[in-house]
Every structure is written in C-alpha cells, then in structure tokens.
Design a protein. Sequence first.
Length: 224
Amino acid sequence: MNIARINDYRNYKISDSDVVKRVLSGEKELYEILMRRHNQTLYRVLRGYLKNEEEVQDLMQETYLKAYEKLYQFKHEAKFSTWLIRIGINEALTKIKVQERESRFKNADHEQNFYKLNKIPDSMPVNPERRMMRKEAIQILEQAIDQLSSKYRSVYIMREIEGLSIKEIADSMDLSESNVKVRIHRAKTMIKEELYQQNKSEDLFEFGFNKCDNLVERVMEAIY
C-alpha cells in the first residue's frame, strides 16, 4: 500500500469504524492503519499489567491477531480503541494467570525491565542539565508506578498517562465508573507516598563538599 496513503488515513481522513468495514470487505492492508493509530495506547495499557518489554510486545502482537480474527464481532456503536483495549486486557490477565501457575510449580523469578514512558518533546530547547534532571525525574516516577500492583498501575497509566476517560477505562476493564475513580485516587496516593519515601533523605538540601569549601574560601579571603 502507498505510504502516503497510509499516512493520510493515520491523520484521521477515515474513521476507525470505516477502516474496520473496509478490512472486512477485503482490504486487509488497511489493518495497518488501526495498528499505527492505537499502538501507543495499547502499549501503555499492557505495560500496566506486565513489566517485561518483550512480553508486552509479544502480547500486543497476540492482541492484534486476536482482534483481527474477531473483527466481525466489533459493534460500530462502540469505540474501536475501547474494544481493542478490552481484548488486550483479557490477553494480559490470561498470561498473568499462566505465569502465576508456572511460578507455583517452578518457583521461578521473572526478570523485569522498566518501560520508558514516551513523552511529547518540549517545544523549547532544553539544555543538557535540564534534560538530565527531566530524565531522572521520569525514571523516579516510573519506579514509583512500578511499585503499584497491576490493579492500580493499569488504571493510573490509562487515565493519567494515556488520558482515557473514566468511562473508557470502566468499559475496557468491566468495572463501574466509581470503582475506577477509587482505584485512580488510591494509585495517586500510593505514588505520592512512594515518591516521598524515595526522596526522604538526609542528603536533601545538603550543604557540603564544594558548597562548603567555596563558602569557607570566600569567608577566609574576606577575613584576610
């Protein structure tokens, strides 16, 4: 398929619903449009359940294949993204159950990698020092999010990072909207507590090393 045409569709020249109809009518190549439109959202949602990068990507592939097989079941009054996310969540929960069952027999520890959340780049140039501080801040937040159980981590990522509405999250996870709100509030509270614990240190606002030396030198020079 022509790349320019794909980009045209990605820029919402055609709705998800229409893309689905055309895929079902035989234009299979258009399925790529749906994938490219929803890759970021699906990645972040699944990252709320699994921490291993390879596992998340494998699960994304499984989700898209499952969605393609069931595309005829998509009801066009719903949002495609919500329908896709629900399939992804079901796949994730199934995988987690399998892993838990295997771990009970093998007592194996699974290696976990931290996901670097994609952020929209700043419109203004950032100097190296600020860029490093921003990177460190993101890593600290990621670590705090990863301390949450998947029950809270998933809703937090969907709402606060991906920006899904309360209703979309509720529909995707088969929860009530009030339940979603409670989980988001609880997740925020736990993240704040984790950030506080991570940063509670005697090193904060420390006046030592170079700062101390420089001040002593200036004072001594003034005295003499």
